[in-house]
Design a protein around this ligand. Structure first.
Ligand code: DC
Length: 216
């Protein structure tokens, strides 16, 4: 059986895991899944229907309807949808349905880079490589402010920071699959790193694991 290679990337919102995941998937020629988009799709469906985000049966139906091949980032990337996604993500049955789909995705050859909050701990506990990407809340808030300003928008740093802290608390504090590093994850703090440096650090970790495996 050919080995399907899996890279699991977890970390809080705004730590740079999405960009890193894309760079790694390109470099190692693997499929790519941003699992946050699946939770966002569920939240978006409820918002479109005007339903509260704690409507469990509607959220389950929306989760069953999620097609990982059809997630539209341009619709789902809005900040408010991320907030809403963090709320539907506390529903254990929604997580179970989406985790099943993510595992199916990961199984397809040649393998995949998946990024999210519970990839190394729950979705792919046997991943070949696990990275936990983090950065201080202040650095993540500053990056988000820069991003908003770079497209001509305006925002308030303190409000962004409060938002990030609140989202961290919800994602790390929930009972079902909270965000935390897997015991065997490599920690990558990008507070002082530009994306290229983070990519090179991750590549060093991965190449090292691959070299050791080839020797064994
Ligand atoms: O990564 P993101 O900002 O697109 O994720 C939006 C929310 O979805 C996040 O705050 C928590 C939830 N999420 C999750 O619970 N598990 C994942 N694997 C991915 C995202």
């Amino acid at each position: 059986m050919t080995h399907v290679f899996t890279i699991a990337i977890d970390g809080p919102a705004g730590a740079g895991k999405g960009t890193l995941a894309r760079r790694l998937a390109d470099h190692y020629r693997l499929n790519l899944l941003d699992t946050g988009l699946a939770y966002r799709a569920v939240a978006y469906a409820l918002l479109q229907l005007g339903l509260p985000l704690d409507n469990v049966s509607a959220a389950e139906t929306a989760a069953r309807q999620v097609d990982l091949a059809k997630l539209d980032r341009s619709v789902l990337s809005a900040h408010a949808i991320g907030e809403a996604a963090s709320k539907v993500a506390v529903i254990p049955t929604v997580r179970r349905i989406l985790v099943e789909k993510q595992r199916e995705f990961a199984k397809a050859p040649p393998g995949a880079v998946l990024d999210g909050r519970d990839i190394g701990t729950v979705v792919c506990p046997d991943a070949d490589i696990k990275l936990y990407v983090t950065a201080s809340a202040e650095v993540r808030a500053k990056r988000r402010l820069d991003e908003i300003e770079s497209i001509g928008g305006t925002a308030n740093f303190d409000e962004i920071l409060a938002d990030i802290v609140r989202r961290d608390e919800r994602d790390m504090g929930r009972a079902s699959s909270p965000l935390k590093p897997a015991a065997d994850a490599h920690l990558l703090d990008t507070s002082e790193m530009a994306i290229e440096a983070a990519f090179l650090a991750a590549k060093t970790i991965i190449d090292d694991v691959l070299a050791k495996r080839n020797k064994a």
